[in-house]
Design a protein around this ligand. Structure first.
Ligand code: SF4
Ligand code: SF4
Ligand code: SF4
Length: 410
């Protein structure tokens, strides 16, 4: 087996336990397991400790134990790798589609956040996305990021740019923030303003991050019918500001459960073409979020060896490898699927939630157009779209622009 890095994180996906070992010990473990990793997923990670023979034995026992413990929930990991923490629903900005307000917002109880974080860290949680509202308004933001760093959980923070100056940025970096996501829906104030507020805040934050040479700046670009054709300019803007990653995101239903700005089929085809062109041309890494599964599946069609948008990573991650903690401290499948359930631990929720169980069986009876779609097995499109617009939790996306191409092909 080829070792790619000096350190490894082993996730026992059967019971969600995680252990970190160095390459030498990984090789010994590999030998101890008879030359096979028996389904243990291996991940690369920074390690702080070394381990001895006794620990290798412990790991081996844990690995063997894990094979007979809890089964994987259907089509899902045994423990979530990612979580979203909704830190606050306060926000001073006024984006057209959003439910947040400065006056009526709430904040996540810090002790609850810490409790969930510790539970996650002990059991294999890999990464936390800190979101809002406006995350910068969360009173104990730096404490929470520091807690993540202490526990070895990656923390990404999504910001609008509001309230960010050099000092704030340095504090975020010093606390151990892994990646900073800036939301921007257009290369000009005018284009951005159709679907977002705060253009100047975002550009100011990008300029500061660029100056600080922060290595993991991501721009989140939500594709609407008002900005889709602006994508090439967004790529140029990201190049100008030294952005490391530009992620194309799907439009989600508004706070009024409407979805009127989905790009047309033609716009989507142009966007796909522009993404492909940019990927071969620029240094900025261009991604498409998992929630934008129809676009990922459509882009995947061009690969010679078949569509690689497959497996549990092919689309909607809710209950598959991701879940959320809402501002009231409850678990939900994702921040857009507001089925609130109160469980003490992540593991209890992951294995016993009726909502998650339903989500994991969603593909047994897909509605149209997804049922007859040739990309159906490469796409698990956003469940929040159908739920919020049609009131039903099922695999069905009447707003899918890609459906037009697949109907034509079929
Ligand atoms: S910045 Fe985010 S939280 Fe604030 S209004 Fe806009 S979408 Fe809502
Ligand atoms: S019709 Fe459904 S399955 Fe097909 S690409 Fe669109 S969302 Fe995905
Ligand atoms: S329900 Fe929609 S927004 Fe939530 S994880 Fe799934 S695809 Fe993403």
């Amino acid at each position: 087996m080829k070792i790619r890095s000096e350190y490894h994180k082993i996730l026992f996906s059967a019971n969600g336990r995680v252990m970190e070992i160095n390459s030498r010990d990984y090789n010994r473990l590999y030998e101890a397991l008879g030359g096979a990793d028996n389904g243990i997923r291996r991940e690369i990670r920074t390690l702080k400790t070394d381990i001895d023979e006794q620990m290798v034995r412990k790991i081996k026992n844990a690995a063997e134990e894990s094979m007979t413990l809890l089964p994987n929930p259907r089509d899902s990991l045994r423990f979530p790798l990612h979580m979203n923490f909704e830190l606050t629903s306060k926000c001073p900005l006024r984006c057209p589609q959003c439910y947040c307000s400065l006056e009526n917002g709430k904040e996540l109880d810090f002790e609850r956040a810490r409790e969930v974080l510790r539970d996650g860290a002990e059991n294999g949680l890999w990464e936390v996305n800190l979101s809002g509202g406006e995350t910068m308004l969360y009173p104990r933001l730096y404490n929470l990021i520091e807690e993540c760093s202490k526990l070895g959980v990656s923390s990404n923070i999504a910001i609008s740019g509001y309230g960010v100056d050099k000092t704030v940025l340095n504090r975020l970096i010093e606390a151990g923030t892994n990646a900073i996501f800036i939301s921007l829906n257009g290369s000009t104030e005018e284009i951005n303003s159709h679907t977002r507020d705060g253009y100047s805040y975002a550009l100011n934050a990008l300029a500061l991050l660029c100056k600080a040479d922060f290595p993991k700046t991501t721009v989140n670009f939500v594709a609407h019918n008002t900005n889709c054709d602006d994508f090439p300019n967004m790529v140029s803007l990201c190049e100008e500001y030294g952005v490391s990653r530009l992620v194309v995101m799907a439009a989600k239903p508004t706070s009024k459960y409407e979805l009127n700005t989905v790009p047309s089929a033609e716009q989507t085809a142009r966007l796909a073409e522009n993404i492909q062109k940019a990927r071969s041309r620029v240094k900025v890494s261009i991604g498409v979020e998992n929630c934008y599964s129809p676009l990922r599946a459509y882009l995947g069609k061009s690969f010679l060896r078949g569509n690689n948008n497959s497996g549990i990573w092919r689309g909607c991650s809710a209950g598959r490898y991701m879940m959320s903690l809402d501002v009231d401290g409850n678990f939900t499948p994702c921040r857009h699927l507001l089925f609130v359930e109160r469980f003490k631990t992540i593991g209890e929720y992951w294995h016993h939630s009726e909502v998650l169980n339903k989500i994991r069986n969603i593909e047994d009876s897909p509605g149209q157009p997804c049922g007859g779609c040739e990309l159906g097995r490469y796409c698990l499109s956003c469940l929040a779209v159908n739920y919020k617009i049609e009131g039903k939790l099922e695999k069905r996306n009447k707003h899918c622009p890609v459906a037009e191409f697949t109907r034509a092909a079929g």
